[in-house]
Design a protein around this ligand. Sequence first.
Ligand SMILES: NC(=O)c1ccc[n+]([C@@H]2O[C@H](COP(=O)([O-])OP(=O)(O)OC[C@H]3O[C@@H](n4cnc5c(N)ncnc54)[C@H](OP(=O)(O)O)[C@@H]3O)[C@@H](O)[C@H]2O)c1
Length: 410
Amino acid sequence: MNAEGSKPIRIGLLGRGTVGAAFADLLAERGEAVAAATGRQAEVSGVLTRTEGDFDSILAGSDLIVELMGGTEPAREYVRAALQAGKPVVTANKQLLAQHGDELFAVAREAGVQLRFEAAVAAVIPIVRTIQEGFGVTEISKVFGIVNGTTNFILSEMAASGASYDDVLARAQELGYAEADPTDDVNGADAAAKMAILARLAFHTPVTLSEVAYEGIEGIQPDDLAYAKELGLSLKLLGVAERRDGGISVRVFPCFLYPGHPLAPIQGPFNAVMVEAPAITEVTMSGPGAGGLQTASAVLGDVVSILAGDAPVHETRVELPIVKDVGSSFYLHLEVDDRPGVLARVAAVLGDQEISVKSVVQRGTGEEARLVMVIHECLESRFSAAVDALGRLDDLRSAPRSIRVIQEEY
Ligand SMILES: NC(=O)c1ccc[n+]([C@@H]2O[C@H](COP(=O)([O-])OP(=O)(O)OC[C@H]3O[C@@H](n4cnc5c(N)ncnc54)[C@H](OP(=O)(O)O)[C@@H]3O)[C@@H](O)[C@H]2O)c1
């Protein structure tokens, strides 16, 4: 830190949109509390937008940089330059860290300055500092949760109203819970970026966005939710990072949860994250996963931690392989012809892949006939081979539909 004595800490603010403007207001409003907590006043000394400010002079005139521009370039270049100049950086930019975390954390380590990013995952939920500080030496086995509020809102509304995905998406856009271009939220890419960051933190290993397998919610049909409701299941887009078979698996997928699961009651645009480890059993935290003020609050928390001299620079310590083929349970929905022997032919295909069925119901007759089943845990590669083979049966009126199921009892 270049500032000394009682001079105010000068904050260079890159981006003054939804979060940046809220941060500037919050810093002004909570100025006395910041000074009381850190012994230093803090003020915004320069602002960069597309039409205002010059990065080099903002950097020269600041002690700490807050990056709230979004995107990977020029954010990467600016964050790197700030760290190399010995200035700590706070960012809310998940794409930047999920794609260029290795490079930027290495620069921070070399320069001996902090790069903090609480707001990049689940906004105001303090999951980053909980893992880094509270569980810093705990052998975490799994970190998982609902890390995208847009999709949780859409799935909650579809389950409550029975409306179609397209109708509920349009409503989410009207209410401001979904962007005009919702692609990265609904296809799972946004959640994947957050899971790359959480996996790196939890397992002390480099994980980049390209290593996270993700699926979205675009294909979810109202009748999937209707059947699930009958069975008491709730549908969530989950991000899961876990130790598996000597490596780690990091994935995002829609998933049915049994009642009693701590994530099952999380409704609307809220996020929730669970951490599991033998030494802690499980911890669940939930709260708003977005919003200008809420995100700015997490950013300000990071600024205060830096000014107070808390916490070491995050570091990567071990190499763990990404395990791609893991075991999962599935819900399987087959629209079948209403004729004798169909169930036996379906069972034979599943049997060929050594897949066993936990429960099956036959619904409707004639044009409406369908088989809805829950499959016991099996390797995903076997399930996918079975689904391909089922798709080739003459008995099916449309392609099979499947959704993962978490059957653990809580
Ligand atoms: N919004 C949320 O609820 C939320 C939640 C969690 C994390 N985040 C993260 O917070 C960050 C900011 O999000 P936001 O919603 O505040 O974005 P935003 O409203 O779009 O604001 C972005 C700001 O950055 C500026 N900017 C963008 N590209 C720039 C460039 N190339 N050069 C200079 N200035 C540039 C924009 O300038 P102009 O004003 O000139 O356009 C604007 O002031 C993102 O990384 C986002 O992922 C947001």
